[in-house]
Design a protein around this ligand. Structure first.
Ligand SMILES: Cc1ncc(COP(=O)(O)O)c(C=O)c1O
Length: 381
């Protein structure tokens, strides 16, 4: 069975972990600090703060934007539920809006139409690694005086012109989960250009500690103790995870280039399949292909369920793209029924195909052949 995704680790990752283990410093420490500096440089922002996941990072981003109970935060419904959960953790209301069918990303016009006096923030999601129209979202957020968060869970390496995802808005959050381009199993990183916000997030992730308090009270140069000045959390990444993530980050360009090559192969091989909507492209924008997601348009020769079943029979793993948050039982019970047609189409008709570094040309060929076989209705033996 060809898997949908697979992390790529080499001897350098193993050596980096061994080095941290031998050092004895396995909780958050110097390796996390180095990783943060390198991550900030990669994204092109002054501050990066590592956290335990993108979900916990989004929670801290929501707090850092000053979101309070009862405030509204606008986000696309077509996203992983974590985007909306981060808003709910603070007792705020996720206002979900529809997407653009061509990009599967949030529709900026729908965002603007949803703004009310209670709106405190907008979360733009770069789904599957393709940029949402973050420049327009920046302009809308600025005009209405609300904060802008980038959910960049899937978007390390994603670019809009010469700006990397993570360098827009007030704060961005990346995921280091196993299905992401750069991974250490679980983990996340916030990036921001705002020094005050970075300091606040650093405190929130470490139990609400004031990191300078010890220095202020100490006689000598070493801090003696911290002061806990706000409600905080333990949302830290460990040095063991950071050691892996540092090596992975060095490979970022090679990882994205390989993903682009596989995606180009699929794009060319599927170009003539009528009704199969391929991932978006836009001149000057870089898709990092965290996932290669196609949409089976209404009228395509097979239903999405049959497509996935038949591909499984031919040894090709697939998965739905992502979810319509507003149709999940928990959200439905709390917020009632909504109708968001493009989100619903994407949730019902999108399929992720195998794409990962190390997917051999022969396995890419098997994926292509299997998709074409199922599409033309020819049952392979
Ligand atoms: C768009 C989006 N946001 C947030 C998350 C949550 O990331 P994590 O698993 O690192 O908490 C994911 C996970 O896949 C995601 O796809």
């Amino acid at each position: 069975m060809i898997p949908l995704a697979k992390p790529w680790f080499g001897p350098e990752e193993e050596a980096a972990v061994a080095e941290v283990l031998r050092s004895g410093w396995v909780a958050q420490g110097p390796t996390c600090a180095r990783f943060e500096d390198e991550f900030a440089a990669t994204v092109g922002v002054p501050h990066a703060i590592s956290v335990s996941s993108c979900t916990t990072g989004l929670h801290l981003a929501v707090i850092a934007c000053g979101v309070k109970p009862g405030d509204e935060v606008i986000l696309p419904s077509y996203t992983f539920p974590a985007t909306a959960n981060a808003v709910l953790y603070e007792g705020a209301v996720p206002v979900v809006v529809d997407i653009e069918p061509g990009t599967l990303n949030v529709d900026p016009a729908a965002v603007e139409a949803a703004i009310t006096p209670r709106t405190r923030a907008i979360i733009g999601v770069h789904l599957f690694g393709f940029p949402c129209d973050i420049v327009r979202l920046e302009e809308i957020a600025a005009r209405h005086g609300v904060s802008l968060v980038e959910d960049a869970a899937c978007a390390i390496g994603t670019r809009v012109g010469d700006r990397m995802a993570g360098a827009f808005g007030d704060v961005a959050v990346f995921s280091l989960h196993a299905r992401k381009v750069v991974t250490c199993g679980e983990g996340g990183v916030l990036t921001t250009r705002d020094a005050k916000l970075a300091e606040l997030v650093g405190s929130l992730r470490t139990h609400g500690a004031d990191r300078d308090a010890g220095r202020r009270h100490a006689e000598g140069p070493a801090p003696t103790h911290a002061e806990y000045v706000r409600l905080g959390y333990n949302y830290r990444l460990s040095d063991v995870q950071a050691a892996i993530a540092r090596v992975q980050l060095e490979r970022l360009e090679a990882f994205v280039a390989e993903r682009e090559k596989i995606a180009a192969h699929y794009d060319a091989a599927f170009a003539d399949l009528e009704g199969l909507r391929l991932p978006p492209r836009r001149a000057g924008w870089r898709h990092s292909y965290q996932s290669y997601v196609v949409v089976l348009e209404a009228g395509s020769p097979v239903s999405p369920a049959t497509f996935m079943d038949e591909l499984a029979r031919l040894g090709v793993s697939t998965r739905v793209g992502t979810y319509a948050v507003h149709r999940q039982p928990y959200f439905r019970e709390r917020f009632g029924d909504r109708s968001l047609p493009f989100t619903e189409e994407a949730a019902d008709r999108s399929v992720a195909l195998p794409l990962f570094c190390g997917l051999t040309e022969s396995d890419q060929g098997r994926v292509v052949e299997a998709v074409r076989t199922v599409w033309s209705g020819v049952k392979s033996t």
